[in-house]
Design a protein around this ligand. Structure first.
Ligand code: IPE
Ligand code: MG
Length: 222
């Protein structure tokens, strides 16, 4: 979800206003996914690297996350959205963690869209955690080294309960992956739009999915 800062500076507004407008795009995209029958939506909300931003911006983002969860949990319950999260969640402020776990718990029985928030998430960190988990499993005798293959490794990642993404959307025209789901996107279709995240709404998500539907996926075959 990139481009909140640029969206704000184009308007002479503080960056946090861009993040606030970006939160409205989250609502719009969740709704569009519901309409389309999308089963999983993963949003890269805060990366491991985002901790390097100025303290005031990190704090504003954390406050926004907490307010978003507080405000939207009821709506998610009502709209059959199941909230999940991946990343080093233990690094989030305690009050955020509390809200997050509460929202996850309260929506755990829902059967519609699974909304996965990537928070304090970095793909390389996830892969390293996955390697440690496999090593532990071998050392404890639960698995044999010869059993390690892509399917088994996938089961040691934060995303073990979710399928690999079919479509990766990047806003604000940046042509990079930025440490997001590196393992999982091996065969994802990539859609890059110049639109800044706060401008990316319902119809933009539908257009991205329509574009995806016109692709011919071959997975290395013919
Ligand atoms: C993405 O927008 C929001 C988060 C990282 C949470 P940016 O803050 O990266 O916006 P730009 O890239 O400065 O425009
Ligand atoms: Mg950015």
């Amino acid at each position: 979800m990139d481009g909140n800062g640029r969206w704000a500076s184009e308007r002479g507004l503080p960056r946090r206003d861009g993040h606030r407008a970006g939160a409205d795009s989250v609502g719009a995209c969740v709704e569009a996914c519901g309409d389309l029958g999308v089963e999983f939506l993963t949003l890269y909300a805060f990366s491991s690297e985002n901790w390097k931003r100025p303290k005031a911006e990190v704090e504003a983002l954390m406050r926004l996350l907490e307010a978003f969860l507080k405000e939207k949990t009821g709506e998610m319950k009502e709209k059959n959205v199941r909230l999940q999260a991946i990343g080093r969640l233990d690094l989030l402020p305690a009050s955020c963690q509390k809200r997050l776990h509460r929202a996850i718990e309260e929506t755990s029985e829902n059967t519609g869209l699974t909304l996965v928030l990537a928070l304090s998430y970095g793909s390389r960190e996830e892969i390293i955690d996955g390697i440690k988990s496999v090593v532990r499993a071998v050392r404890e005798g639960h698995i044999d080294e010869a059993m390690i293959d892509p399917d088994l490794f996938s089961k040691h990642l934060y995303t073990r309960y979710y399928p690999d993404p079919d479509l990766l959307i990047r806003t604000s025209g940046e042509m990079r992956i930025s440490n997001f789901l590196l393992w999982q996107i091996s065969y994802a279709e990539i859609y890059i739009t110049k639109k800044l995240w706060p401008d990316f709404r319902h119809d933009d998500l539908k257009e991205a999915v329509a574009d995806y539907q016109r692709r011919h996926r071959r997975y290395g075959g013919l």
